[in-house]
Design a protein around this ligand. Structure first.
Ligand code: GCO
Length: 454
C-alpha cells in the first residue's frame, strides 16, 4: 500500500493546504472588512450549530507556532490563501497596509522555516461590499479581482513565486450562487453560470498581471475535479455520466485549456439556466497559458440516469465512506489525473488538496489516533504515484488540511486536519497521521533525511 518511492521524482513537493477564512479568525482585526462568509455564517440555519469563522483556529495570532509545526512535519511547501477583505476593505481602491503586513510576516516565517509558499488569491471570502454591488455575477467584480491580485503580487512577489488565482470556481459559483448552501447563499442557476464565467475571466485577466509583477512567477488555478463513472454501460447512464462530467469538470477545463465552452453542456442548460454573457475576447483571456493546474480531489462519482435522464449518484455499498459522506476511491484520482493529462495536456499538475474527515477523538492520554486518515492518505498517495508512473506530469501533493478548521456549512464538526485543534483552548495536537506523513516525507527522494537513510 505504501507507494513505490521511485514513482516520485526528487523534485516532487510535499505539503499541506489551508484557506484564510477557515483558519485565521481575527475577523475584525487590523482593518479587515466583512466578507460574504461572515455575513452568511451569521444567518441562523446556514452553518451547522451557528458556527462562524470569527475566531476559527486563531491562526492570525498563532501563525509562528503553527509554522513551527509545519517545519517539524518536514513539508517543503505550504498552500494558504490571502483574505481579500484584509487587503482591500472596500473591495477595491485603498490598500490596507496592516492586512498586507500579516502576509508579509507569514511568508517570511515560512521562508525562515525552509518552506516554499503557494498562495491562493481567492478562496471564497469575497468582500461583502462587492457582493452588495452584485458579486461574481457582476462583470465589474473581475476588474476588482485583477487589481487585488496585482496589489498582493506586488507586495509578496519578491518572495512568493507560486500563485493560484482561484480555488474551485465550481464551488464558488454553484454552491454559492446556484444552490445557496455556501456564501452568499443565492439560488439562481443563471447567477451561478454568470459567476462561473466571471471567476474564470478574472483568472485569465490576473495571469498577465501576476507575471508582470513577479519575476519568475508560476501561475495556475485550482479546480475541484472528480472522475465520473457510468453505473452501467446502458447508453442513458453513459450519457448521464458524460453530462455530470460536463457540468462540473469540462465547463471549467475546456475554457481554460481549449478556449471554448462545451456545446453539449451549454445545450443541457437551455430552458433552465440562462447562459452567461460571453463577450468577444473573453475565451482568449481565460485560456491564457498557465504554468500548472491545481486539482482538488476527494472522491469519485458513479452516475446513472434518473427517470428524467438526469445524472444521479449511485451509492457504492461495498465502499468505505468518510464522515463527509464521500466515498473513499483512490483509483478515481489516478484515473482523473491521467484523463486530465490526456485531454488537456497541462504543463504541470499539482494535487492542491486531498484528505479526509473522520470522527477524531482524543484518548485518555491526550493522543489522537486516526488510522482511517493514514490509510486514506497511503492509498491516495499510492494512486498519485501510479498516475505519475503512467505519465501524468504531477509535481506535488498537498494534504487538506494542515489543521482542523471551519468546514464551511459544516462548521467545526468535520475534522480534516493532520493536527487536531481543541476549539475551547485552541490547543494543537498532532494526530497520528501527522507523524505518519512526517515519516513518509522523510523517506522520499530529495529529502535530506532520505539521503541519510539511503
Ligand atoms: C473545498 C475547499 C476546502 C474544503 C475542503 C474539504 O474543496 O471545499 O477548497 O476549503 O475545506 O475541500 O471540503
Amino acid at each position: 500500500m505504501i507507494p513505490e518511492e521511485r514513482a516520485f521524482p526528487a523534485d516532487f513537493v510535499w505539503g499541506t493546504a489551508t484557506a484564510a477564512y477557515q483558519i485565521e479568525g481575527a475577523a475584525h482585526e487590523d482593518g479587515r472588512s466583512e466578507s460574504i462568509w461572515d455575513r452568511f455564517a451569521a444567518i441562523p440555519g446556514k452553518v451547522r450549530n451557528g458556527e462562524t469563522g470569527l475566531i476559527a483556529d486563531d491562526h492570525y495570532h498563532r501563525y509562528a507556532s503553527d509554522i513551527a509545526l509545519l517545519r517539524d512535519l518536514g513539508v517543503g511547501v505550504y498552500r494558504f490563501s490571502v483574505a481579500w477583505p484584509r487587503i482591500l476593505p472596500d473591495g477595491r481602491g485603498a490598500v490596507n497596509e496592516r492586512g498586507l503586513d500579516f502576509y508579509d510576516r507569514l511568508v517570511d516565517e515560512l521562508l525562515r522555516a525552509g518552506i516554499e509558499p503557494y498562495v491562493t488569491l481567492y478562496h471564497w471570502d469575497l468582500p461583502q461590499v462587492l457582493e452588495d454591488a452584485g458579486g461574481w455575477p457582476n462583470r465589474d467584480t473581475t476588474e476588482a479581482f485583477t487589481d487585488y491580485a496585482g496589489v498582493v503580487a506586488r507586495r509578496l512577489g519578491d518572495r512568493v513565486k507560486n500563485w493560484i488565482t482561484h480555488n474551485e470556481p465550481w464551488c464558488a459559483s454553484w454552491l454559492g450562487y446556484g444552490w445557496g448552501v455556501h456564501a452568499p447563499g443565492r439560488t439562481n442557476p443563471a447567477d451561478a453560470l454568470a459567476a462561473a464565467h466571471h471567476l474564470l475571466l478574472s483568472h485569465g485577466q490576473a495571469v498577465p498581471v501576476i507575471r508582470g509583477e513577479v519575476p519568475g512567477a508560476r501561475v495556475g488555478i485550482t479546480l475541484n475535479l472528480e472522475h465520473k463513472y457510468p453505473a452501467t454501460n446502458r447508453p442513458e447512464d453513459v450519457a448521464a455520466a458524460r453530462l455530470e462530467d460536463g457540468v462540473s469538470n469540462r465547463w471549467f477545463l475546456d475554457p481554460i485549456f481549449l478556449g471554448t465552452y462545451p456545446d453539449d453542456v451549454a445545450e443541457s442548460f437551455a430552458g433552465w439556466a440562462e447562459l452567461p454573457d460571453v463577450r468577444d475576447g473573453d475565451l482568449e483571456t481565460i485560456s491564457a497559458p498557465i504554468d500548472f493546474l491545481g486539482i482538488n480531489n476527494y472522491s469519485r462519482a458513479v452516475v446513472k440516469a434518473d427517470p428524467k435522464g438526469m445524472p444521479a449518484r449511485v451509492r457504492q455499498d461495498e465502499s468505505e465512506y468518510t464522515s463527509m459522506g464521500w466515498e473513499v476511491a483512490p483509483d478515481g484520482l489516478h484515473d482523473l489525473l491521467l484523463r486530465v493529462h490526456h485531454d488537456y495536456r497541462p504543463a504541470a499538475l499539482y494535487v492542491t488538496e486531498n484528505g479526509a474527515a473522520f470522527e477524531d477523538v482524543r484518548t485518555h492520554d491526550g493522543a489522537v489516533n486516526d488510522p482511517e486518515r493514514q490509510a486514506f492518505l497511503e492509498r491516495y498517495i499510492g494512486a498519485v504515484g501510479r498516475a505519475a508512473a503512467d505519465g501524468a506530469p504531477i509535481k506535488g501533493y498537498f494534504v487538506w488540511s494542515f489543521l482542523d478548521n471551519f468546514e464551511w456549512a459544516e462548521g467545526y464538526a468535520k475534522r480534516f486536519g493532520l493536527v487536531y485543534v481543541d476549539y475551547p483552548t485552541l490547543q494543537r495536537i498532532p494526530k497520528k497521521s501527522y507523524y505518519w506523513y512526517r515519516q513518509f516525507i522523510a523517506r522520499q527522494p530529495g529529502h535530506p533525511q532520505a539521503e541519510a537513510v539511503a
